[in-house]
Design a protein around this ligand. Structure first.
Ligand code: FES
Length: 76
C-alpha cells in the first residue's frame, strides 16, 4: 500500500458504507476501527479480535469481519 492510499480504497464500495456504525454490536466496535485494524496487519478474525474486541461477544459478526479481511487482503 502506498502511503497516500486509504484503507477503505482497497474495499468494494458496498463494504465502505456506515463506517461509523457498530459492526460488532456486542462490543460496540465501529466498522472503521475494524478496517483500520485489518489495514494495520490483522489477517485473521482472531487478530481483529485481539486488536479491537470485535467478535468477542457471541461471535455474531464473525462473518462480516471475515468478509472485510478477505476483501482487504484479496482472498475473495
Ligand atoms: S456483534 Fe460482534 S460478537 Fe456479536
Amino acid at each position: 500500500m502506498t502511503s497516500n492510499e486509504k484503507p477503505i480504497e482497497k474495499l468494494p464500495e458496498i463494504l465502505t458504507r456506515d463506517l461509523n456504525a457498530n459492526l460488532c454490536v456486542c462490543n460496540e466496535v465501529i466498522k472503521i476501527d475494524i478496517i483500520n485494524a485489518i489495514a494495520n496487519g490483522a489477517m485473521s478474525i482472531e487478530e481483529v479480535r485481539r486488536q479491537t474486541y470485535a467478535t468477542d461477544g457471541n461471535g455474531c459478526c464473525k462473518h462480516d469481519v471475515g468478509r472485510l479481511i478477505e476483501c482487504y487482503w484479496g482472498k475473495v
